[in-house]
Design a protein around this ligand. Structure first.
Ligand code: DGY
Length: 326
């Protein structure tokens, strides 16, 4: 008998076809966002789950789903997983590293450029029919080339952004991270390690790429924003909750910093109402990894993890490999 799995959100039809070759599949192609209780009901009798960041897998769910053996997240981030609870329950967790690195770095760079050069604000102005004449300071923003790029969090995506800045745009790149990169990697990225306060004070453009954890909650709040240059921009492509969105909206209104570019939000898909009313912020709906080839590669890797573990006993990218029996 084939193992049973749940595909918890809509996915590419080709991926469903692949999964159906190996599993008895229940899918959610209508893309209903289930409540925790509905998710538990759907998971009954399932050995595997194909998840995205919108399904929380915690101790309560695991207790109620004793057949579950693996949750394969179609995301590199996995803050929707209580990894300790999954390990304690013997449930394997997998994510999709590497396949989205360059695409996400492209987007971080694009969001920084759109923010620095006030692209969204000026486009809204044009669409509103307000453009009557050229003016010397119309939507004058800040330069990206030759400026100082600050990166908070220096994993794969941070490094890919650093290379774009240092080697493509002649930027001085500084970073802060829990652990410092080795000298060879720093040289390859063209990046110098600094303290968090130096990063805040020196960056012209600060990009956040750190994973969410309780320690990272509100890593950027009013006190941190106050340390930044009034001409600086802040870009968040990491996770909602890393920035205190209310404090950011206040800082943008008061001119504490010049502008922000956000792809992720506290409590998304809701967006703090104050952010919707300030003009100097570019807002996108969590799309940093959203190109067709990359989303397909992420879905393929999540599917390969399910097949690898439930069919062959060997997942590709396990987060808690201690769960895998030797
Ligand atoms: C990720 O992979 O973590 C992206 O944020 C998509 O959810």
């Amino acid at each position: 008998m084939k193992p049973s799995i749940l595909v918890a959100r809509a996915v590419f039809p080709q991926i469903l076809t692949l999964l159906e070759q190996h599993f008895d599949v229940t899918s959610n192609q209508d893309d209903v966002v289930w409540s925790p209780a509905q998710l538990i009901a759907q998971l009954q009798g399932k050995q595997g789950a194909f998840t995205t960041g919108s399904q929380r897998i915690d101790a309560e769910l695991l207790k109620a789903c004793p057949d579950l053996k693996i949750c394969a997240n179609m995301a590199v981030g996995y803050n929707n997983f209580d990894l300790d609870a999954m390990t304690a329950a013997g449930v394997l967790a997998t994510n999709t590293p590497d396949v989205l690195t360059e695409t996400t770095a492209d987007f971080g760079f694009a969001l920084m450029m759109a923010t620095a050069r006030r692209m969204a604000e000026s486009e809204h102005f044009l669409r509103a029919g307000l453009w009557n004449s050229w003016r010397y300071d119309m939507f004058a923003g800040s330069d990206v080339h030759g400026s100082t790029l600050g990166i908070l969090g220096m994993g794969r995506i941070g490094q890919a952004i650093a290379k774009r800045g240092a080697h493509g745009f002649g930027m001085k790149v500084i970073y802060h991270n829990r652990s410092r990169l080795d000298a060879a990697l720093e040289a390859a990225c063209g990046a110098a390690y600094v303290s968090k306060s130096d990063l805040l004070q020196q960056a012209d453009h600060l990009i956040l790429v750190l994973p969410y954890s309780p320690e990272a909650h509100h890593a950027i709040g009013a006190a941190e924003l106050a340390q930044m240059k009034p001409t600086a921009t802040l870009i968040n492509i990491a996770r909602g909750g890393i920035v205190d969105d209310a404090a950011l909206a206040a800082a943008l209104k008061q001119g504490t910093i010049a502008a922000a570019g956000l792809d992720v939000y506290e409590g998304e898909p809701k967006v703090h109402p104050d952010l919707l009313t300030v003009p100097n912020v570019v807002l996108t709906p969590h799309i940093a990894s959203a190109t067709m080839p990359t989303r397909m590669a992420m879905a393929q890797l999540a599917a390969d993890n399910l097949i690898g573990y439930l069919v062959h006993g060997k997942p590709l990218t396990p987060l808690n490999p201690q769960v895998v029996k030797a």
